[in-house]
Design a protein around this ligand. Structure first.
Ligand SMILES: NC(=O)c1ccc[n+]([C@@H]2O[C@H](COP(=O)([O-])OP(=O)(O)OC[C@H]3O[C@@H](n4cnc5c(N)ncnc54)[C@H](O)[C@@H]3O)[C@@H](O)[C@H]2O)c1
Length: 461
């Protein structure tokens, strides 16, 4: 017989957020029954197998500790809703690709479908928790849908945005900088808020749990991502100036970051940011600002995305110019395809843009990555006739004219570049899109080295 659980928690959406967050709650709170549901049966089957659908350091162990005990993955969404006291909604909210707001606004169709399913199935009061990142005021729409039929079931909507970063999700969930819970400031809103806070208090110190009104909570997530992305675009913009002036962006960032008011994190110049969130969340913010007539504010934030696109394109042009203005028929080894290290996720990875542009220049690509090759194959799909996929970086580099480091995987710092150099076409080039390899050493080996925001190290007169 199943033990008597204190609370029944459901999460709708078993993705990069729903899976790890619920696994952490289940692992930390054996007194709760946690179920994660999804319309994607294949994903659920993977969550129930030994090959989880996402790669995240430490995730396997957390899932293994709780799965089958108080953590369950299922496709039975309706039963899950009926049973649950608290429902987290963690479905995807991508950028709209059609109609009004296309390319800017959040596509809320999955979100709204979920709200309607909850309404149709719920037979008892529920707390609905927004885990997905949403435009400010979405909770109002959710409340309106949930009150739209004659049901006497009471729903209380909370905002609890997720701040985990892929690649460090388990560490972030276990020891978050903060947990944010937004609620209505009514009696029932505050009661629901306290119930959610009680869950986190099982492992998060009280002082790290922030409570607020619901609109500030929704907006805080968009603003957090906008600020993070803005730092990257700021240093990337400066990297372009460094390349023109013989300054070194690493030194500049080091000096600037020593100022405690500025801080040193997120100041690494690179080929650009990626991931499913930064671009979509900023564009969402831009769209909301325009909606409220704040065109100057919208324009300010839109530039963060603009600089990111500029940086990716600048990298391609740097490669083209350095390699004598032609890439046709040249073999280029792409080291890393994931949008960052320690994840297999390639959504919005700068490698996608760079590879597509190199293919337009008729280059031959060999893509290497320890975790992201399946996603890379899907991303380059039709564009990928002149692409091969090789996990082993040494094999991938054989006969290549150039290496392009696109992801900061630790293993790329440790490669035997002498061995790689020997088997490459000459002159051999390295384009370090993450500034992670030892440029001086590679130059000494014989490479022509181009990094972001630094003077090139070449063997040409
Ligand atoms: N990925 C991140 O690092 C991250 C971090 C913080 C916040 N977020 C936000 O969290 C949300 C989810 O992101 P993700 O990366 O987990 O997305 P994801 O695409 O990996 O997962 C979303 C899941 O929801 C499922 N789904 C969609 N509609 C459904 C429905 N009607 N019923 C049941 N399941 C449904 C999809 O099948 C998918 O498996 C987004 O709003 C995102 O902005 C993501």
């Amino acid at each position: 017989m199943e033990p008597n659980f204190e609370k029944k928690i459901l999460c709708i959406g078993a993705g990069y957020v729903g899976g790890p967050t619920m696994a952490m709650i289940a692992a930390k709170c054996p007194q709760y029954r946690v179920t994660v549901v999804d319309i994607n049966a294949e994903r659920i089957a993977q969550w129930n197998s030994d090959a989880l659908p996402i790669y995240e350091p430490g995730l396997d162990a957390v899932v293994a500790a709780a799965r089958g005990r108080n953590l369950f993955f299922s496709t039975d969404i309706e039963d899950g809703i009926r049973q649950a006291d608290i429902i987290f909604v963690s479905v995807n909210t991508p950028t709209k690709t059609y109609g009004l707001g296309a390319g800017m606004a959040a596509d809320l169709q999955y979100w709204e479908k979920t709200a309607r399913t909850i309404l149709a199935c719920a037979e008892s009061p529920k707390i609905i928790v927004e885990k997905s990142t949403l435009p400010v005021k979405t909770a109002l729409a959710m409340e309106r849908i949930l009150k739209s039929n004659d049901s006497h079931v009471h729903f209380e909507v909370l905002s609890n945005p997720e701040f985990l970063a892929e690649g460090t999700a388990i560490r972030d969930l276990e020891n978050p900088d903060r947990v944010l819970v937004g609620s209505r400031l009514t009696e029932s809103g505050l009661q629901a808020r306290d119930q959610l806070v009680e869950i986190y208090r099982n492992w998060v110190p009280t002082e790290s749990i922030i409570t607020s009104d619901i609109w500030s909570s929704e907006l805080s997530k968009l603003v957090s991502n906008a600020f993070l992305a803005q730092r990257i675009s700021s240093i990337n913009a400066i990297s372009a100036l460094c390349e023109k002036t013989d300054a070194d962006v690493t030194r500049v960032a080091g000096a600037v970051g020593r100022d405690k008011r500025i801080g040193s994190r997120f100041l690494n110049a690179s080929v650009g940011f990626g991931g499913s969130c930064f671009k979509k969340d900023i564009l969402n913010l831009v769209y909301i600002c325009r909606f409220y007539g704040l065109d100057d504010v919208a324009e300010y934030w839109e530039k963060v995305v603009h600089i990111n696109d500029y940086q990716k394109e600048r990298f391609v042009r740097l490669m083209l110019t350095a390699m004598f203005n032609t890439l046709a028929g040249k073999k280029i080894c792409i080291l890393g395809f994931a949008f960052k290290a320690d994840t297999g996720d390639t959504r919005e990875s700068p490698a996608i843009h760079v590879c597509k542009r190199l293919l337009e220049e008729k280059a031959e690509l060999v893509v290497s990555d320890p975790k992201a090759l399946d996603n890379a194959r899907r991303d380059l799909g039709a564009a990928g006739k002149r692409v091969s996929y090789v996990k082993d970086p040494y094999e991938a580099a054989e006969g290549a004219h150039a290496l392009a480091v696109m992801t900061e995987w630790a293993l790329y710092r440790e490669l035997d570049f002498r061995r790689i150099y020997r088997c490459m076409a000459k002159p051999a080039f390295v384009f370090d899109g993450r500034n992670i390899v030892d440029h001086r050493k590679l130059h000494d080996i014989g490479f022509n080295v181009y990094a972001i925001g630094k003077p090139p190290l070449t063997h040409f007169d």
